[in-house]
Design a protein around this ligand. Sequence first.
Ligand code: 2AM
Length: 500
Amino acid sequence: MSLPQSDIGLVGLAVMGQNLALNIADHGFRISVYNRTTVTMEKFVAAHPSTPGGLDGQATIEGFVASLKRPRKIIILVKAGAGTDAVIDSLVPHLEEGDIIIDGGNALWTDTIRREKDLKAKGLRFIGSGVSGGEEGARFGPSLMPGGDKAAFEEIRPIWEAIAAKVDDKTGKPLEGATPGHPIVGGVPCTTYIGPNGAGHYVKMVHNGIEYGDMQMICEAFALMKNLLGMSAEECAAVFKTWNTGVLDSFLIEITADILAQKDPVTGKAFVDIVLDTAGQKGTGKWTSTNALDMGVPAPTVAEAVFARYLSAVKEERVNASKLLKGPAVSFTGDKQAMIDAIHDALYCSKICAYAQGFQLMRTAQVDYKWDLPFGEIAKIFRGGCIIRARFLQKITEAYQHNHDLVNLLLDPFFTSELDRCQTNWRKVVAAAATNGVATPTFFSALSYFDAYRTETLPANLLQAQRDFFGAHTYERTDSPRGKFFHLDWPEPGRPQLEV
Ligand code: 2AM
């Protein structure tokens, strides 16, 4: 008797792959699994003998492909890059026209565009789906950002909607409490069709860039509480816990409160104080920043967050510099609670700017790549499952519901008024950080972005004149229509023409 065929297959049984497979099986879908190293697959299947949908472990690619219902749907969850291409190459000879490959890794969106095109030429359909939420998200509900062939997505939509995180549509709050074998029932799934070819992976990349910003900003708030206000990790934890009940309510603020309250099991000290201050990264923040530079989109705050990680990584250099480079003595004499409230507002305003920059990137990319990105829906699917899930995203959804063509999030009436309400505190914090020498690069960057963006006349007039002076790069005039270029016949250096 032959076994029933599986609804879907998955290649790559590292933690993310295992958890996503279990999530799919928990929703009653039968799933075939394959891994390059067979013993990993065997152990995994043996450890989960009775899932609602059933796991079918396959030791060969041939057997794996043969075990799937047609059109076959195969998720690849391997290390992004060469690994993904290797798995695709091994699958293709066994597939048939109309079969669907879904890459759930953190692929570079241009790779996804290339793969979609190559596979289309072979009659195969390709979906590049962002999967956010880490191991926990993959297991009990990630935020899923699928891009690629629309008809192919319609075929995987029931599975994608079933396994995605769920939120309460009225409050926007994630529905929690799933356990193995007992997934969340009901709620609005955190997935939507993002757009053709690489759109899903592009949005996932920008999500990660925003995540870099969010994390760095929280760290800067912590640095100010610690170094300016002299607060202990435990005291900071209590502040973050309170913040998590207001406009900053989010997964990252919540885990920050937990992390700061955590004691080191070895020494009993605050755990954060025994963690070495050098940050790692996997590259998606860098991709976001590089892409911003390539497209000419101002996203300085996201880039600053990446640079902050680089600066943290040169630990030995910093230790040496800390002995040689003097800064001001830290002195804080004002109202401590008022400064804590101001730090809250600085974090909030900076966060608004980072999100504004992220959405600007998507807005520009969609023109370059001929996508029509659903911004409101994108903010919606970020509300649950993913690392940047936050109450605040509901407001971004509303902003794009009011105006799909919103030029910049800062110009939405809600965000305009929030920035107006909180900017005095933001400035107070940045000024205090500067005066006391506490490095808060994303707070500074976001404030400069905000101030530059709201400035009618920037000193770029002088810059353009400089360019015209030394390179005859021409300039536009304030008293002439845009697009008309002039060049001044500059006098010799040192001899400006004082009279005309
Ligand atoms: P492995 O267990 O055989 O190493 C994360 O690295 C996952 O991707 C693992 O399941 C790993 O398989 C798989 N993987 C990495 N590179 C691969 C490749 N070139 N071909 C197939 N699977 C790969």
